[in-house]
Design a protein around this ligand. Structure first.
Ligand code: GTP
Ligand code: MG
Length: 196
Protein backbone atom coordinates (compact mmCIF):
# COMPACT_ATOMS: atom_id res chain seq x y z
CA UNK A 1 0.00 0.00 0.00
CA UNK A 2 1.18 3.51 -0.78
CA UNK A 3 0.37 6.14 1.81
CA UNK A 4 -0.66 9.17 -0.21
CA UNK A 5 -2.33 11.11 2.55
CA UNK A 6 -1.92 11.01 6.33
CA UNK A 7 -3.46 13.57 8.64
CA UNK A 8 -4.08 14.00 12.35
CA UNK A 9 -7.79 13.98 13.19
CA UNK A 10 -8.33 14.26 16.95
CA UNK A 11 -7.06 13.33 20.43
CA UNK A 12 -9.42 12.03 23.09
CA UNK A 13 -9.23 10.77 26.63
CA UNK A 14 -12.56 8.96 26.32
CA UNK A 15 -13.44 6.31 23.80
CA UNK A 16 -17.02 7.64 23.64
CA UNK A 17 -15.65 10.86 22.13
CA UNK A 18 -13.59 9.12 19.44
CA UNK A 19 -14.67 9.70 15.82
CA UNK A 20 -18.10 8.29 15.03
CA UNK A 21 -16.73 7.23 11.65
CA UNK A 22 -17.24 3.58 10.69
CA UNK A 23 -13.88 3.49 8.85
CA UNK A 24 -11.74 0.49 9.80
CA UNK A 25 -8.98 1.26 12.27
CA UNK A 26 -5.64 -0.20 13.30
CA UNK A 27 -4.35 0.46 16.80
CA UNK A 28 -0.75 0.69 18.01
CA UNK A 29 -0.24 -0.29 21.61
CA UNK A 30 2.61 -1.32 23.88
CA UNK A 31 4.72 -0.22 26.80
CA UNK A 32 5.66 3.37 27.06
CA UNK A 33 8.76 4.26 25.03
CA UNK A 34 8.57 1.09 22.92
CA UNK A 35 8.40 3.22 19.78
CA UNK A 36 4.70 3.41 18.85
CA UNK A 37 4.71 7.00 17.68
CA UNK A 38 8.01 6.55 15.85
CA UNK A 39 6.64 3.49 14.04
CA UNK A 40 3.55 5.44 12.97
CA UNK A 41 5.75 8.19 11.55
CA UNK A 42 7.91 5.61 9.79
CA UNK A 43 4.86 3.90 8.24
CA UNK A 44 3.44 7.22 7.08
CA UNK A 45 6.86 8.52 6.01
CA UNK A 46 6.24 11.69 8.00
CA UNK A 47 8.73 12.84 10.63
CA UNK A 48 6.38 14.57 13.04
CA UNK A 49 2.89 13.23 12.42
CA UNK A 50 2.79 11.49 15.82
CA UNK A 51 4.71 13.13 18.65
CA UNK A 52 7.71 11.13 19.87
CA UNK A 53 9.97 11.58 22.86
CA UNK A 54 12.98 10.02 24.55
CA UNK A 55 11.05 10.33 27.80
CA UNK A 56 8.37 7.70 28.42
CA UNK A 57 4.77 8.79 28.75
CA UNK A 58 4.64 11.17 25.78
CA UNK A 59 1.40 9.89 24.26
CA UNK A 60 -1.34 10.26 26.85
CA UNK A 61 -4.45 10.31 24.71
CA UNK A 62 -6.18 8.24 22.05
CA UNK A 63 -4.96 9.82 18.80
CA UNK A 64 -6.73 9.21 15.51
CA UNK A 65 -4.99 9.71 12.17
CA UNK A 66 -6.81 9.42 8.84
CA UNK A 67 -4.85 7.53 6.20
CA UNK A 68 -5.62 7.72 2.46
CA UNK A 69 -9.10 8.95 3.39
CA UNK A 70 -10.18 5.37 4.03
CA UNK A 71 -8.80 4.03 7.30
CA UNK A 72 -7.77 5.24 10.74
CA UNK A 73 -4.51 4.60 12.46
CA UNK A 74 -4.69 4.98 16.23
CA UNK A 75 -1.78 5.91 18.50
CA UNK A 76 -2.54 4.86 22.07
CA UNK A 77 -0.81 5.80 25.32
CA UNK A 78 1.78 3.35 26.56
CA UNK A 79 0.91 1.02 29.38
CA UNK A 80 3.13 0.19 32.32
CA UNK A 81 4.83 3.54 32.64
CA UNK A 82 6.25 3.55 36.15
CA UNK A 83 6.65 7.29 36.64
CA UNK A 84 2.97 8.26 36.49
CA UNK A 85 0.92 7.99 39.65
CA UNK A 86 -1.10 4.86 40.44
CA UNK A 87 -4.32 6.74 39.74
CA UNK A 88 -3.11 7.98 36.36
CA UNK A 89 -1.86 4.52 35.51
CA UNK A 90 -5.29 3.08 36.23
CA UNK A 91 -6.73 5.81 34.04
CA UNK A 92 -4.47 4.72 31.15
CA UNK A 93 -5.47 1.14 31.68
CA UNK A 94 -9.11 2.04 31.68
CA UNK A 95 -9.18 4.01 28.53
CA UNK A 96 -7.01 1.49 26.80
CA UNK A 97 -9.29 -1.39 27.75
CA UNK A 98 -12.42 0.69 27.01
CA UNK A 99 -11.00 1.49 23.60
CA UNK A 100 -10.53 -2.17 22.70
CA UNK A 101 -13.83 -3.32 24.18
CA UNK A 102 -15.91 -0.58 22.59
CA UNK A 103 -14.33 0.19 19.21
CA UNK A 104 -16.06 -2.20 16.89
CA UNK A 105 -14.22 -0.67 13.92
CA UNK A 106 -10.88 -1.88 15.36
CA UNK A 107 -9.64 -4.40 12.78
CA UNK A 108 -6.30 -5.27 14.33
CA UNK A 109 -4.07 -4.15 17.17
CA UNK A 110 -0.33 -4.07 16.75
CA UNK A 111 1.27 -4.91 20.07
CA UNK A 112 4.75 -3.43 20.04
CA UNK A 113 7.61 -5.19 21.80
CA UNK A 114 11.11 -3.74 22.21
CA UNK A 115 13.25 -6.46 20.63
CA UNK A 116 16.07 -5.91 23.14
CA UNK A 117 14.06 -6.90 26.20
CA UNK A 118 13.20 -10.28 27.66
CA UNK A 119 9.45 -11.05 27.59
CA UNK A 120 7.84 -8.69 30.11
CA UNK A 121 4.92 -9.80 32.32
CA UNK A 122 2.85 -6.72 31.40
CA UNK A 123 3.09 -7.44 27.65
CA UNK A 124 2.26 -11.12 28.13
CA UNK A 125 -0.68 -10.15 30.37
CA UNK A 126 -1.93 -7.64 27.82
CA UNK A 127 -1.81 -10.18 24.97
CA UNK A 128 -3.52 -12.74 27.14
CA UNK A 129 -6.26 -10.21 27.93
CA UNK A 130 -6.69 -9.55 24.17
CA UNK A 131 -6.96 -13.30 23.67
CA UNK A 132 -9.62 -13.78 26.31
CA UNK A 133 -11.65 -10.97 24.69
CA UNK A 134 -11.07 -12.52 21.25
CA UNK A 135 -9.57 -9.29 19.98
CA UNK A 136 -7.26 -9.68 16.96
CA UNK A 137 -3.66 -8.60 17.36
CA UNK A 138 -0.22 -9.09 15.92
CA UNK A 139 3.21 -8.50 17.41
CA UNK A 140 5.58 -5.86 16.12
CA UNK A 141 9.15 -6.10 17.35
CA UNK A 142 10.66 -2.61 17.41
CA UNK A 143 14.19 -1.14 17.41
CA UNK A 144 15.71 -4.05 15.44
CA UNK A 145 18.54 -1.69 14.44
CA UNK A 146 19.86 -2.12 17.98
CA UNK A 147 20.66 -5.83 17.41
CA UNK A 148 22.78 -7.76 14.90
CA UNK A 149 21.01 -9.92 12.31
CA UNK A 150 21.91 -13.14 14.16
CA UNK A 151 20.70 -11.79 17.45
CA UNK A 152 17.40 -10.60 15.89
CA UNK A 153 16.45 -14.09 14.75
CA UNK A 154 17.36 -15.84 17.99
CA UNK A 155 15.66 -13.18 20.14
CA UNK A 156 12.41 -13.33 18.16
CA UNK A 157 12.43 -17.13 18.25
CA UNK A 158 12.95 -17.06 22.00
CA UNK A 159 10.07 -14.63 22.41
CA UNK A 160 7.71 -16.75 20.33
CA UNK A 161 8.81 -19.87 22.24
CA UNK A 162 7.84 -18.11 25.47
CA UNK A 163 4.34 -17.53 24.06
CA UNK A 164 4.03 -21.18 23.04
CA UNK A 165 5.21 -22.31 26.46
CA UNK A 166 2.51 -20.10 28.00
CA UNK A 167 -1.16 -19.83 27.05
CA UNK A 168 -0.77 -19.70 23.26
CA UNK A 169 -1.21 -22.69 20.97
CA UNK A 170 0.04 -20.80 17.94
CA UNK A 171 2.00 -17.62 17.60
CA UNK A 172 0.27 -14.46 16.37
CA UNK A 173 1.43 -12.86 13.13
CA UNK A 174 4.65 -11.02 13.89
CA UNK A 175 6.85 -8.39 12.28
CA UNK A 176 10.38 -7.15 12.82
CA UNK A 177 10.77 -3.41 12.42
CA UNK A 178 13.07 -0.47 12.86
CA UNK A 179 11.78 3.06 12.66
CA UNK A 180 15.25 4.37 12.01
CA UNK A 181 16.03 2.06 9.06
CA UNK A 182 12.49 1.50 7.75
CA UNK A 183 12.81 -2.26 8.21
CA UNK A 184 9.41 -3.99 8.14
CA UNK A 185 7.55 -1.06 6.57
CA UNK A 186 6.45 -2.85 3.38
CA UNK A 187 5.44 -5.98 5.31
CA UNK A 188 3.33 -4.04 7.80
CA UNK A 189 1.64 -1.89 5.17
CA UNK A 190 1.01 -4.98 3.05
CA UNK A 191 -0.55 -6.71 6.02
CA UNK A 192 -2.84 -3.74 6.74
CA UNK A 193 -3.86 -3.60 3.08
CA UNK A 194 -4.75 -7.27 3.14
CA UNK A 195 -7.00 -6.77 6.18
CA UNK A 196 -8.73 -3.64 4.83
P1 GTP B 1 5.02 6.89 24.61
O1 GTP B 1 4.22 7.79 23.72
O2 GTP B 1 5.75 7.62 25.68
O3 GTP B 1 4.23 5.73 25.13
O4 GTP B 1 6.23 6.26 23.73
P2 GTP B 1 6.20 5.63 22.28
O5 GTP B 1 5.97 4.17 22.38
O6 GTP B 1 5.30 6.40 21.35
O7 GTP B 1 7.73 5.82 21.82
P3 GTP B 1 8.38 6.90 20.85
O8 GTP B 1 8.01 6.64 19.43
O9 GTP B 1 8.13 8.27 21.37
O10 GTP B 1 9.94 6.51 20.96
C1 GTP B 1 10.59 6.43 22.21
C2 GTP B 1 12.10 6.54 22.00
O11 GTP B 1 12.60 5.40 21.28
C3 GTP B 1 12.53 7.76 21.18
O12 GTP B 1 13.73 8.26 21.74
C4 GTP B 1 12.78 7.20 19.80
O13 GTP B 1 13.70 7.93 19.04
C5 GTP B 1 13.29 5.79 20.11
N1 GTP B 1 12.97 4.85 19.02
C6 GTP B 1 11.73 4.56 18.56
N2 GTP B 1 11.78 3.65 17.56
C7 GTP B 1 13.09 3.36 17.37
C8 GTP B 1 13.81 2.48 16.49
O14 GTP B 1 13.26 1.77 15.64
N3 GTP B 1 15.16 2.45 16.62
C9 GTP B 1 15.82 3.19 17.54
N4 GTP B 1 17.15 3.07 17.59
N5 GTP B 1 15.20 4.03 18.39
C10 GTP B 1 13.85 4.12 18.31
MG1 MG C 1 3.89 7.82 21.76
Amino acid sequence: MRIKDARFVVSNSKVAQCPKSPLPEFAFIGRSNVGKSSLINMLCARKRLAKTSGRPGKTQLINHFLINHNWHLVDLPGYGYARVSKKEKKEFQRYITDYFLERKQMVNAFVLIDIRHEPQPIDLAFMEWMGTKELPFSIVFTKADKLSQNKIESTVQKYLDTLLAGVWEEVPPNFITSSSSGLGRDELLGYIEKLL
